[in-house]
Design a protein around this ligand. Sequence first.
Ligand SMILES: NC(=O)c1ccc[n+]([C@@H]2O[C@H](COP(=O)([O-])OP(=O)(O)OC[C@H]3O[C@@H](n4cnc5c(N)ncnc54)[C@H](O)[C@@H]3O)[C@@H](O)[C@H]2O)c1
Length: 316
Amino acid sequence: MRSAVIGVGNIGTLHASILSRCGLLCAVCDTDEKKLGVYKDLPVYTDYKKMIDEQKPDSVHICTPHYLHAEMTVYALNRGVNVLCEKPLCISYDQLESVLEAEKRSSAALGVCLQNRYNRETVFVKKYLEGRKTDFATGVVAWHRTAEYYASGEWRGKWATEGGGVLINQALHTLDLLGYLCGTPSYVCSTLGNLSLRGVIEVEDTATVATDRFTLFATNSALTDMPVEISIRTGRDLIKMMPGTVLVNGEAQDIGEEKFIPLGKECYGSGHGALIADFYDRLGKGEKFPIDGAEGASSVRMILAAYKSGGEKVKL
Ligand SMILES: NC(=O)c1ccc[n+]([C@@H]2O[C@H](COP(=O)([O-])OP(=O)(O)OC[C@H]3O[C@@H](n4cnc5c(N)ncnc54)[C@H](O)[C@@H]3O)[C@@H](O)[C@H]2O)c1
């Protein structure tokens, strides 16, 4: 296997480091040449198409700003190159259609980096819920993102390039987990606001998303990063999930030891290692990777509906 990374910013560096440790990294691409200096021993590119055409890698990891995910995914899949795409899979309905069509036509696999599905607490709760019906759930994301954070990338905080704010970026993982654990809702009704970044970003910093299965409260205007919390009511049981912890009716559950070292920022969790290992393990065995285009599309559909909603129910 030979793998290349497109976009070596915050998260692309982490992908490149995991691939390099496994001896898989064959090339990297970034339009910012300053970011390429550390990859002295590898072929480096500023044009991702050139890199794919010349290097013909088995896989590419797409770690670029949101608006580029779809075109890069389609380009690679059309050339039979496997894709592991960072979240979100894309930022519009048109992009979604083009990505899913490319996946259908391609001999290569598409995986989406929703690494929190590999967290110990998620694996435990998913199993616990087997054969149980979830009545309702809530998710709370209260994080702290400043004007400096938004200034750190030209693409951040803009509809055209980030595709939204807290919902499509920070809270996407929690929305994905709510859908993964409790089932995809049939409608979404949402309100969006801006509590602390008005005039700084054009997108929302705060959102409430109500559905017929769960409600998500998300904000980037908290004074510090709080742990993400998911609560699930199933019959008489109340399950509470937080990073590294699951409580059932107040009692801590044995969710096993952490097998993967957390890499990068704390909010990334430790799932990247587990997800990337599973992606390559399955490619090697010719098995389907579970978080494919359809799975990656699920949170994108909920978010696009939430952006349309304006306080009205939007069918999914
Ligand atoms: N799964 C997670 O937990 C997680 C965590 C952080 C970021 N992400 C996702 O990863 C992606 C990147 O986020 P980031 O924080 O690393 O952003 P970033 O701005 O730090 O990095 C993006 C990189 O892409 C490069 N780039 C831009 N246009 C390019 C092009 N046309 N070709 C090649 N390179 C190009 C930029 O120069 C930059 O180095 C986003 O989709 C983000 O949502 C996911």
